[in-house]
Write a protein that binds this ligand. Structure first.
Ligand code: ZN
Length: 172
């Protein structure tokens, strides 16, 4: 089911999301929430979607980049579901990237992200996830993980003057 994506100002986007009990991963409510996140993300052409963005305060996000008209410059990410993620940085390096967010319509801004991260957690089958993600995709995973801690990318912009609309972004 396609859910409504809540926008900046909605209180759930500012909460600490709760851990999903691992023994509940096979349960109907968790499986339906994951299915809805995937369906809603694809419908909205997002690179990722976190449960708080559909007003569900649980530590789950999905990421996937295929042929995405919203992000033609992004490298592909196969569909990845992460429950109770732990992200650790493999390097002190940081890269500046333009980000946008489905919960902050028509805005983009520059944030600093670690270009090489380790992502651990559980997937939708209850199997352990342990993967290394590099480049722009690493930024996508950090952005989605931030949603589980009540953080939006606009909190992190290094220079508020980088904020721009999609129309102006594409013109430059
Ligand atoms: Zn977002």
């Amino acid at each position: 089911m396609i859910r409504e994506i809540v926008e900046i100002g909605h209180p759930t986007l500012r909460e600490m999301a709760q851990e999903v009990p691992v023994d509940e991963i096979p349960s109907k409510w968790v499986q339906e929430l994951i299915d809805d996140l995937i369906e809603t993300k694809r419908f909205a052409n997002g690179a990722g979607l976190a449960a708080p963005q559909v007003a569900e305060p649980w530590r789950i996000f999905v990421a996937e980049v295929g042929n995405n008209p919203r992000y033609p410059y992004k490298p592909p990410i196969p569909l990845t579901v992460v429950i109770n993620p732990q992200i650790s940085f493999n390097t002190e390096d940081r890269m500046s990237v333009y980000e946008g967010c489905l919960s902050i319509p028509n805005l983009r801004g520059i944030v600093n992200r670690c270009p090489d991260v380790r992502v651990e957690g559980w997937d939708q089958n209850g199997d352990l996830v342990d993967k290394t993600v590099r480049g722009i995709s690493a930024g996508t995973f950090q952005h989605e993980d931030d949603h589980l801690n009540g953080i939006l990318y606009t909190d992190l912009v290094t220079d508020a003057k980088s904020l721009c609309t999609w129309g102006e972004f594409e013109r430059r």
